[in-house]
Design a protein around this ligand. Structure first.
Ligand SMILES: *[C@@H]1O[C@H](CO)[C@@H](O)[C@H](O)[C@H]1NC(C)=O
Ligand SMILES: *[C@@H]1O[C@H](CO)[C@@H](O)[C@H](O)[C@H]1NC(C)=O
Ligand SMILES: *[C@@H]1O[C@H](CO)[C@@H](O)[C@H](O)[C@H]1NC(C)=O
Ligand SMILES: *[C@@H]1O[C@H](CO)[C@@H](O)[C@H](O)[C@H]1NC(C)=O
Ligand SMILES: *[C@@H]1O[C@H](CO)[C@@H](O)[C@H](O)[C@H]1NC(C)=O
Ligand SMILES: *[C@@H]1O[C@H](CO)[C@@H](O)[C@H](O)[C@H]1NC(C)=O
Ligand SMILES: *[C@@H]1O[C@H](CO)[C@@H](O)[C@H](O)[C@H]1NC(C)=O
Length: 479
């Protein structure tokens, strides 16, 4: 059978029975389909394998026009095929070799699955796009950073986004994402000629902080037909370059060198947040990361390596070093209100105590006691006291003198005190060497020392905790 005879046969047949396609979900053609000019385009359809014949029309009207391409078995024909304008894949998808504006319109496929089955009709609207069409609205301030970026911008800045080379022109507008949905903000739209005959749209807004004052997620939304763009919105998270945050007391955090620092940013119902750090001697905060909930999933962008983010917004630093000291802050927002959490992080190091041991030493009724902390950070002040108030006149401590030696980023601190036993009837005095006057007090750095006055005078360091107390004359060390 040649193509004309098939056609006649089909046309007769069509009047009798005519099935509109896509009964099964994965069979048929999606519509519209976009093909771009200047290259090869495919009208992509899924037909049942092993169909008998297929006719492609470049028209919605199959009764008053000729099929541009026909395929019966594997025999291809038709004016569009013979002129080299069209071809067909074995699976039935139509190839347009050199797509031009003239190809825009409705295409129809008529298929016979077997010589005797009903003819099925599939209709596809083909829309011609420019090869230079943007895949998504491009936020100019984000340059090439993809669909989401973060910027710190002065208060009265304009942000713009554009769609290059669309046809018809696509409308764009700006919104702010809040916990009560996306809210339009005033923006201006201008449409200019792009690559002929396509149009470029540009939407600009300066309404950055309409609802919240520090952090705002602006969304540039394209009102484009579905399927034309890969994404119809792009986002920019903007922090106000003018500090509007009222200061909050910092949470003091001590973390031991080499351990894991965990800083939480648990603020309910927030939509986006940034973590920043100000290191000692620096005057501004620098960005660690920003994160945005997009369709319920947290999308984070870590700008500085060495940091990890937990899904709840908690920041982790593993194997903390003294270079990680600084002020950390998490600014978060639900689009309407901003929140700030701030931490002052001090990394401490204590390697002054070698194991747990007791020392036994002879005491003179009068002499010197030294308390030493080696390899500590931050610098601390030490004090030796008599723990028990009632003994403080019986055992007098006086003339305390401290020395500090710095050793890289840690310190060796020692405190020497003179003592005098005033009451010979005393048999036991407890003294304590402790850290005073800094927030590191919360770590309970202290060592207690029991001094027993017996026939032969001894003292015991009850336990080597973090500091070592040295008396002037050691006689024995019991491990
Ligand atoms: C055609 O569609 C199928 C499934 O619908 C898809 O897997 C394939 O990538 C498409 N091909 C082209 C060239 O668009
Ligand atoms: C049809 O075949 C072409 C070429 O192999 C392929 O690119 C296209 O994705 C196929 N379409 C479907 C729907 O499988
Ligand atoms: C494609 O068509 C354009 C005009 O429609 C023409 O200028 C160009 O030479 C053609 N390209 C090819 C490879 O045929
Ligand atoms: C926001 O603006 C767009 C375009 O101007 C409009 O289509 C949409 O309805 C507006 N949405 C609201 C909630 O006003
Ligand atoms: C856009 O292109 C059309 C057609 O080429 C032309 O008539 C019109 O003046 C152009 N507009 C601008 C703003 O360049
Ligand atoms: C987060 O840290 C703050 C301040 O340290 C604390 O008050 C809060 O309980 C912490 N929340 C969680 C979930 O750990
Ligand atoms: C420090 O000591 C106080 C009082 O003895 C106690 O309440 C607190 O839990 C201790 N803190 C640590 C970190 O051990």
């Amino acid at each position: 059978m040649n193509a004309e005879r098939i056609l006649l046969f089909l046309v007769c047949f069509l009047f009798l029975s005519f099935d509109v396609g896509a009964k099964a979900k994965d069979i048929g053609c999606t519509s519209p389909q976009y093909v771009s000019t200047g290259s090869e385009g495919v009208i992509n359809c899924s037909f049942r394998k092993g169909f008998y014949s297929l006719l492609w029309y470049s028209s919605p009207d199959v009764f008053h026009s000729e099929a541009v391409l026909t395929m019966v078995g594997s025999v291809k024909s038709g004016p569009g095929y013979l002129s080299g304008e069209f071809d067909i894949y074995p699976n039935g998808s139509l190839i347009i070799y050199n797509v031009s504006l003239e190809n825009e319109g409705t295409f129809t496929a008529i298929i016979l699955e077997t010589p005797t089955s009903d003819a099925i009709r599939y209709v596809v609207d083909v829309i011609i796009t420019a090869p230079t069409l943007s895949r998504l609205p491009l936020i100019l301030e984000c340059r090439n950073e993809g669909r989401i970026c973060f910027r710190i911008l002065p208060l009265h800045t304009e942000v713009s986004c554009k769609i290059q080379d669309a046809r018809p022109a696509i409308s764009l507008h700006w919104m702010v994402r809040t916990n009560s949905g996306d809210r339009n903000v005033s923006s201006s739209l201008s449409i200019t000629n792009g690559t002929h005959p396509f149009f470029t749209s540009l939407a600009t807004t300066s309404a950055l902080f309409t609802f919240s004052s520090t952090l705002a997620l602006l969304v540039c939304k394209a009102d484009s037909p579905s399927g034309l763009l890969e994404n119809d919105e792009s986002l920019i998270l903007i922090q106000n370059g003018v500090e509007t945050l009222s200061s909050v007391p910092s949470v003091i955090k001590y973390v031991e060198r080499g351990s894991r620092l965990v800083l939480n940013c648990t603020v309910s119902k927030r939509l986006y947040f940034v973590w920043q750090v100000q290191k000692p001697l620096e005057t501004v905060f620098s960005n660690i990361l920003f994160a945005v909930f997009v369709e319920g999933n947290l999308q984070s962008h870590i700008e500085d390596h060495g940091y990890n983010l937990h899904s709840e917004g908690t920041l982790f630093i593993d194997d903390v070093g003294t270079e990680d000291e600084g002020t950390y802050r998490c600014i978060s927002s639900n689009g309407m209100e901003d929140d700030l959490l701030q931490y002052d992080v001090t990394v401490f190091v204590i390697d002054g105590c070698e194991g747990q041991h007791y020392c036994v030493l002879e005491m003179e009724p009068e002499g010197d006691l030294t308390c030493v902390v080696r390899g500590i950070r931050p610098w601390v002040q030490l004090k030796i006291i008599v723990s028990d108030d009632q003994s403080s006149t019986a055992f007098l401590l006086y003339g305390q003198q401290s020395t500090t030696q710095s050793n890289g980023d840690v310190f060796d601190i020692s405190l020497t005190s003179k003592y005098r036993l005033n009451d010979a009837s005393k048999t036991r005095v407890t003294i304590e060497c402790k850290v005073i006057g800094t927030d590191i007090e919360q770590l309970n750095l202290s060592t207690k020392l029991d001094i027993l006055f017996l026939n032969n005078v001894y003292c015991f360091v009850s336990q080597c905790q973090l500091m070592k107390v040295e008396c002037n004359k050691f006689s024995d060390v019991v491990e």
